[in-house]
Design a binder for this molecule. Structure first.
Ligand code: F6P
Length: 536
């Protein structure tokens, strides 16, 4: 990626305050925002001006973004290190026509699986499919990473639509997770969904075996109370899950992009197939927009370019995702996997070493909670952390509209505060008003200065409906894709997770005490020795 022009532009505007850009442009808020459907993405509270935006857009053309985008949508094997197509978009291509991989249309298979999911979900919800003790009261999804974060996030997000059985998620191999989850449940009225793309992930398979034993012990019937979601359908049979309870998906759906298909089954059971369809339609609407809109009007492209500007040009190491929407409490964790597993790479597609920083650290918490925790550093710390705010125009609780107005006011106040800050003179005036003077006024005033000029974007939507959630998730997926193309990296593999998995496997017998620590480093050996000494 050639960033010289952009770095020169960054130098030339180093002293420009974002707020002054509003005075220059006629309608900066409109000119530096993108809309699609009812969504508005405002990036006017950044230092990006016309020249910078043109230079950023030039990157898209240099990287052949249009061709790469078509390659993804049309099933080319753009995941080159795994030799796979990347077609999570096909899972929401409800009426969009054929999509071919290796000359074969994948849509009939996708739609047939979706229909099987709908029938299964509705039968579980209606009680036609039940456990040995009667209709299902609870569903436990066992999965990790992409087989967990998407459905967890969506289940929280769509709570107002949740009218099916209670849902629980077990991901961690820490026995505490499954023990605490199963403790209150009836083994004869619980459905367990084992979700694993590979059906080999050690955490998931360990939890699945524990759940099966719990069910058998408690009088449940695993043969009728287990279902599986996987692209390794041969392995699900070996686990004892009947074929008609297995929902498969192809290897061209990456784990972190899989919530749209069978991995979303628990969400469908919770909210019903109509609401799930609306979620898919939201994703599909974002696909259509991404595929057709001009770069400046293209929301995922502009979101990506803002990301490139902050990370690769200005070198800000992290970005905060700050949903002012309590039901999006797991969205930052979901985006963390989506972005960091996709773009946390230091080797380009052609094997060369990346010469620019990789994707940023992504983190966050819902507002207003974060305000009372870490916003101090965002406002007055020495690092600049670009913030991505999200907020709905209205909530789901009309009787609590005054809460929502406060929420919205807080969200808008934060982006305004970050941009405008408070000068030393303003702080002095305030201290004088409080009756301070002399050295004490000066000392106190300095602590009350906000540098301002800190960038943020805001995504605002009417209300968090299934359709809007679909739009938001697809927006970020495409943002990650665009950033990956501009960085020339493969956003769809995740080799960086392998080494830890291999070492954990080799450490198993050592931690069991069956094998010695001779081949381990001194630190690891000492920690193993401590654990062996201290366990009962
Ligand atoms: O370890 C990383 C990872 O492979 C993720 O990419 C994936 O989402 C997760 O593990 C779970 O994998 P699986 O669905 O195959 O169990």
């Amino acid at each position: 990626m050639q960033l010289n022009t952009l770095r020169d532009l960054a130098d030339s505007i180093a002293d420009t305050r974002i707020q002054d850009l509003f005075a220059k442009g006629s309608d900066r808020a409109k000119a530096f925002s993108a809309t699609t459907g009812d969504l508005l993405f405002d990036y006017s509270k950044t230092q990006i001006d016309e020249k910078i935006r043109s230079a950023l857009i030039h990157l898209c053309d240099r990287a052949n973004l249009a061709a790469r985008r078509e390659a993804m949508f049309t099933g080319e094997k753009i995941n080159e290190t795994e030799g796979r197509a990347v077609l999570h978009t096909a899972l929401r291509n409800l009426d969009g026509g054929a999509v071919e991989v290796d000359g074969e249309d994948v849509m009939p298979g996708v739609l047939a699986t979706l229909q099987r999911m709908r029938v299964f979900a509705e039968e579980v919800r209606g009680g036609t499919i039940s456990g040995s003790g009667g209709s299902f009261t609870d569903v436990v999804n066992i999965g990790i990473g992409g087989s967990d974060l998407g459905p967890v996030m969506a289940t929280h997000a769509l709570a107002p639509y949740h009218d099916g059985p209670r849902l629980h998620y077990v991901s961690n191999v820490d026995g505490a997770h499954i023990a605490d989850t199963l403790r209150e449940l009836d083994p004869a009225r619980t459905l367990v969904i084992v979700a694993s793309k590979t059906f080999t992930t050690i955490e998931t398979m360990t939890n699945a075996r524990t759940a099966r034993a719990w069910m058998l012990d408690g009088g449940g019937d695993p043969a009728r109370q287990f279902a599986a979601v996987s692209s390794a359908v041969d392995k699900t049979g070996n686990f004892g899950i009947p074929e008609d309870r297995v929902f498969g998906f192809a290897d061209w759906v990456g784990g972190r992009y899989s919530v749209w298909g069978p991995v979303g089954l628990p969400v469908m059971i919770a909210v019903g197939s109509n609401a799930f369809d609306a979620f898919l339609r939201g994703g599909q609407a974002m696909d259509l927009h991404f595929r057709s809109a001009e770069w400046t009007e293209n929301m995922p492209v502009m979101l990506a370019l803002v990301g490139i500007w902050h990370r690769q040009v200005l070198n800000y190491a992290s970005r905060a995702v700050l949903p002012y929407d309590q039901r999006l409490l797991r969205l930052p964790a979901y985006f963390q996997q989506l972005e960091m597993e996709s773009n946390g790479k230091s080797v380009a597609m052609d094997g060369s070493v990346l010469t620019v920083p990789s994707g940023p650290v992504v983190w966050g918490e819902p507002g207003t909670n974060g305000q009372h925790a870490f916003y101090q550093l965002i406002h007055q710390g020495t690092d600049v952390i670009p913030c991505e705010f999200m907020v709905a125009a209205e909530g789901h609780e009309p009787e609590l509209a005054h809460h929502h107005r406060l929420l919205l006011a807080n969200c808008l106040a934060q982006s305004e505060a970050l941009m405008c800050g408070r000068s030393l003179d303003e702080a002095r005036t305030r201290m004088a008003e409080k009756g301070l003077h002399g050295g004490e006024l000066e000392r106190q005033a300095r602590h009350r200065v906000f540098p301002g000029n800190r960038p943020s974007t805001t995504l605002i939507y009417p209300k968090l409906t299934p359709f809007v959630l679909g739009q938001i998730i697809a927006l970020y997926e495409h943002r990650v894709f665009v950033e990956g193309v501009l960085l020339s990296i493969n956003s769809f593999d995740q080799w960086g997770v392998e080494l830890g998995k291999e070492l954990a496997t080799s450490l198993g017998p050592i931690v069991d005490g069956d094998v010695g620590t001779e081949n381990k480093d001194g630190s690891t050996a000492a920690l193993v020795s401590y654990a062996l000494r201290h366990r009962g």
